[in-house]
Design a protein around this ligand. Structure first.
Ligand code: SF4
Length: 700
């Protein structure tokens, strides 16, 4: 590769969990030239439309550039003093569980680490949860149940080495475009590669698929339980792997057998001949990766779906070897980094368990913390319910927009309005959430931030700054530590830079406890600021244990359960055949926007892809309701209503409607789709069923 300009900075894209390397070159005229980093192992120089347009989104229009108290400009000292004092008062008067942090997969790992340390180790509550709860917590829970740890077994390279890629609940072409490009390129090189798409919608990802199974919403468990039964009947099991490395197979198989294609067809909506074709292809193809994303996770049975998928890979021993494995791809740029440092209310730092007394003791000793959370905190949906019913007296929201993105978003907005004290750290002055803040804290944005992120294949990369901090904006880690110091914890939060936080995180990861956690990044515990600056992308963990190689896990067993065996989970399919005549509301991304558009909405090029929100409806459903293409329609249920434009397409399955999740009051006054979304959650993971609300539709 040609030498880089001295002004070019290697950094990482702030959008999806692919975690592409980016070369950013700021110009003298304030512009930033963006290119893919040819040396980054996630993308090898590729970028998608969102990544390519990053330079168009770094201007300062709409930025929050100074602290504010009750809508008026304030000094950092007065804002930080007020935050520390109001949190301390709430804790003193109502106990540690009367306060909460709601954080974000947009935070860098170092930000996440100090927020988690402050809440769990110094405030003494675990009321810190993250918008990653909405994204991948069912995958975390499924990994924990099967593997004893939240470990993604494979690497991106497996997607190029596989002979069969099963994409389930994943519109990879739009949501993880560079991974889609890598698969497309591999398929050109190896035309024998087969791709199966399992999705109620015929998304753009179908363009690469040899087979599309237009499954009934939420029927994934029925499909993969059926597949397990088929594999057993076809003698396609890896009995040696099952016997040597797993437990619980018989109980899982008892639910799956016998494999009755007619019954599975009724449950899934997939024709028996298509089921047979897919099951046969899976049974015969050794090198197989099953990629899953929000279509699996965002469900009241998401964790069971994840385990139904993992069961099939354990039963065939197709895990942790080149081109094989179950593969959860995360939505956000640093959901995985947040998982590493305990950003979820039910986790501790370094993948340790909050319910495990030994883990709690270890972390408390390491932090020298005065008071340690002893139980899991409130998960996102319950956290905002607690805000609404007055249990939470002080709430700090960082880098996320829950007034739009949470299910039943109007209730969340109402809860924020009644909360006695709301702090919002953000880069934007006007979001639907900042409107409820008593204190607004201006945070650093992409291009200004300095730290690390972890992508879907556990690869840790640097986000490096190449722009000066605008106005009075500060990094999130600095803001959190300044509040911690003012709450009386100066010694434990005396960091001078993010390198020191990363080094502490690395040291904690290598702290031995019960001997089961020899996976860590402790080699970086003594990293210097210079070493941190120069850090090249690498995978978590770095230490190799028996049974892992090439950055992969579990080919030779060595799971993180007490008996070192994987657990089959006996999952029961949910009833998907409903007599409810209303539509199933499916929400998701479009190609060129991100979350609530606070960044991508700044790019005219990105906004041109879809200029306005829409509802995809099957033409026959539309005809029955007198809905014309491109007309306005009203979607409504008990939670509220939205008005969007009808987009008639047979890409949509009958009885379902798809509405993108991006549009907010800021961009459209009538299309906040999450006001309609149910707050029903998965009982294991607490992840809400963001794709399973029921709505009526009529012409507007
Ligand atoms: Fe960024 Fe994801 Fe696109 Fe890569 S694929 S450039 S990480 S949005």
């Amino acid at each position: 590769n040609p030498a880089l300009s001295p002004d070019t900075v290697r950094t990482t894209c702030p959008y999806c969990g692919v975690g592409c390397g980016v070369l950013a070159t700021p110009g003298d005229d304030g512009t930033v030239a963006i290119a893919g980093d040819p040396d980054h192992p996630a993308n090898f120089g590729r970028l998608c439309s969102k990544g390519s347009a990053l330079g168009e989104t770094v201007h300062l229009d709409g930025r929050l550039l100074e602290p504010q108290i009750d809508g008026r400009a304030a000094s950092w000292d007065s804002a930080l003093d007020l935050v520390a004092s109001r949190f301390s008062t709430a804790i003193r008067e109502h106990g540690p569980d009367s306060v909460a942090f709601y954080v974000s997969g947009q935070l860098l790992t170092e930000d996440y680490y100090v927020a988690n340390k402050l809440m769990k180790g110094f405030i003494g509550s675990a009321n810190i949860d993250t918008n990653s709860r909405l994204c991948m917590s069912s995958s975390v829970a499924g990994h924990m149940r099967a593997f004893g740890s939240d470990t993604v077994p494979g690497t991106y390279e497996d997607l190029e080495l596989a002979d069969l890629i099963v994409l389930t609940g994943s519109n990879l072409a739009w949501c993880h475009p560079v991974l889609y490009q890598r698969i497309a390129a591999a398929k050109v090189k190896r035309p024998q590669m087969r791709v199966v798409l399992i999705d109620p919608r015929r998304t753009m990802t179908a363009d690469i698929a040899d087979m599309h199974l237009q499954i009934r919403p939420d029927a994934d468990t029925a499909l993969f339980v059926g597949l397990l039964g088929f594999l057993a009947e076809q003698s396609a099991l890896n009995k040696a792997y099952i016997a040597q490395y797993t437990t619980g197979f018989e109980a899982a198989l008892a639910i799956a057998s016998p494999c009755d294609l007619e019954t599975i067809s009724i449950k899934t909506g997939i024709a028996p001949d298509q089921l047979l074709a897919f099951f046969t292809l899976f049974a015969r193809t050794e090198r197989c990766v099953t990629v899953y994303s929000q279509g699996v996770n965002q469900s009241a049975s998401g964790t069971d779906k994840v385990n139904a998928i993992i069961n099939c890979h354990l039963a065939t021993g197709r895990i942790g070897r080149p081109g094989m494995g179950p593969f959860s791809v995360t939505g956000q740029p640093n959901a995985m980094g947040g998982r590493e440092v305990g950003g979820l209310a039910n986790m501790l730092a370094s993948h340790m368990q909050i319910e495990n007394a030994g883990h709690r003791r270890l972390v408390q000793d390491f932090w020298a913390s005065p008071t340690m959370a002893t139980k899991a905190g409130l998960k996102a949906v319950d956290l905002f319910k607690a805000v609404g019913d007055g249990r939470i007296k002080a709430l700090w929201i960082m880098a996320t927009n829950p007034a739009d993105s949470m299910p039943e978003a109007d209730l969340v907005a109402k809860a924020l309005k009644t909360c006695p004290f709301v702090v919002v750290s953000d880069i934007n002055a006007n979001t639907d959430t900042t409107a409820y803040a008593h204190v607004l804290l201006p945070a650093a944005g992409w291009g200004e931030k300095d730290g690390t992120v972890t992508n879907s294949e556990r690869r840790i990369s640097r986000q490096r700054p190449f722009l000066t901090l605008p106005g009075e904006a500060k990094p999130d880690w600095w803001i959190i530590t300044e509040v911690a110091k003012r709450m009386g914890f100066a010694t434990a939060f005396a960091y001078q830079n993010p390198a020191q936080i990363f080094a502490e995180h690395a040291a904690l990861s290598g702290t031995e406890n019960d001997g089961s956690r020899d996976f860590n990044i402790a080699a970086h515990a003594a990293i210097s600021a210079t070493g941190y600056d120069a850090l090249s992308p690498f995978q978590w963990p770095q230490s190799q244990r028996s049974g892992s190689s090439g950055g992969r896990f579990f080919a030779g067993g060595a799971f993180f359960t007490p008996d070192r065996r994987a657990r089959f989970i006996a999952v029961h399919p949910v009833d998907t055949v409903t007599i409810d005549q209303r539509f199933t509301l499916n929400t998701g991304r479009v190609r060129d926007h991100w979350h609530t558009m606070t960044r991508t909405g700044k790019s005219a090029r990105l906004s041109a892809h879809f200029a306005e929100p829409f509802a995809e409806i099957h033409p026959l459903d539309a005809a029955e309701r007198g809905i014309a293409d491109a007309s306005l329609v009203k979607l409504h249920n008990d939670h509220g209503n939205i008005i969007v434009r009808a987009l008639l397409t047979d890409r949509q399955i009958r009885g379902s409607v798809f509405v993108p999740m991006h549009w907010t009051n800021q961009f459209s006054g009538s299309a906040r789709v999450d006001i309609l979304v149910t707050s029903r959650t998965d009982p294991v993971s607490g992840q809400p069923a963001l794709k399973m609300a029921k709505v009526d539709i009529r012409p507007f």
